[in-house]
Design a protein. Structure first.
Length: 307
């Protein structure tokens, strides 16, 4: 065996047991020294706020963070054994409903022996509270689309219920002026009444409505246009010598567009009927006028006849 190789072998195997024992003692000593050194570690702990019961009519306006960051100091070995899952949730007792500030204290963080809380972020929270109020607001229903040709929406859509009860923090409830329902689609509808269940838009902030939907009714009628005729002579039937006072009336017609377009002035013939048995006298008679598919309005509706 070469001298160099022999010397290397001797260095390794000579007093081998003593060398192994020394190595073991060195590793144990390193572990003890390294484990006893202090260090820091940051943890995220969950936070739960215990708020007042509903009967108190108080609501917390300040958002509570879901977690806080806690910096812990201690030996490295103790920190290595610390697990977030084993630590309790941090609870905030806000049952009173009047607390204006809450401070996160080290006593609120239970830790194993040998560890201490170095820092909490955030260290405290300023709290704002409001009264919980209830207020009625009107329901608003709009329409979209266009009914079938020749038909129109008659009046405003009717909601049931007509009002919604808004509940929430006072400052937010006072801002809510109406409960807005989804639009009623009238596309292609013809004459009749139609009722549908419509969802109500969620109010802003923390306000809630007492119902998520309303029943809405829309009435569709035939489209009408108006046409007026002034100073139309009144025809007296039944007595040739009868005198009318006044002898002329104004006529206003509300009809479908195609009927109005086809009307001629000579078709407008208001008249009164005098009984043939009447020899002479004075009386009031209703002016009669009928136009098919039209609503007829005569002014004045009656006249005086003398014969």
């Amino acid at each position: 065996m070469p001298p160099v190789a022999y010397q290397l072998r001797s260095l390794v195997v000579e007093n081998l047991n003593l060398k192994l024992l020394s190595l073991g003692f060195a590793l144990v000593l390193y572990s003890l020294v390294h484990g006893s050194q202090e260090a820091q570690r940051s943890l995220l702990l969950s936070v739960v706020a215990l708020t007042p019961p509903g009967s108190s009519n108080r609501v917390l306006m300040t958002p509570i963070p879901a977690q806080i960051r806690v910096t812990v100091r201690g030996t490295k070995s103790a920190l290595d054994d610390l697990h977030t899952d084993d630590m309790a949730t941090v609870q905030l007792d806000l049952h009173g409903g009047n607390e204006t500030r809450v401070t996160f204290k080290p006593a609120m963080i239970p830790l194993p022996p040998g560890l201490k809380v170095e820092q909490i972020d955030p260290p405290e929270l300023d709290l704002a509270w409001e009264d919980l109020v209830v207020r009625d607001v009107p329901v608003e229903v709009g329409v979209v689309g266009t009914p079938a040709r020749g038909f129109v929406v008659k009046g405003e859509p009717q909601a049931d219920p007509r009002v919604m009860r808004a509940r929430g923090p006072k400052s937010e409830v006072l801002v809510v002026q109406r409960a807005r329902a989804d639009a009623f689609d009238i596309g292609g509808l013809t004459e009749g009444k139609y009722t549908r269940l419509l969802a109500v838009e969620h109010p802003p902030g923390r306000v809630t409505f007492d119902s998520p939907s309303v029943s809405a009714t829309v009435e569709i009628g035939r489209e009408v246009v108006e046409r007026s005729f002034t100073k139309v002579p009144v025809a007296v039937i039944g007595h040739a010598n009868a005198k009318a006072q006044p002898g002329e009336v104004d006529v206003r017609l509300a009809c479908p567009p195609e009927v109005v377009r086809a009307l001629r002035p000579e078709q407008i013939l208001p008249r009164v009927q005098v009984p043939v048995t009447a020899d002479h006298g004075t009386d009031a008679f209703v002016v009669q006028l009928a136009i098919e598919q039209c609503d007829v309005h005569v002014t004045p509706p009656s006249i005086i006849l003398r014969w």
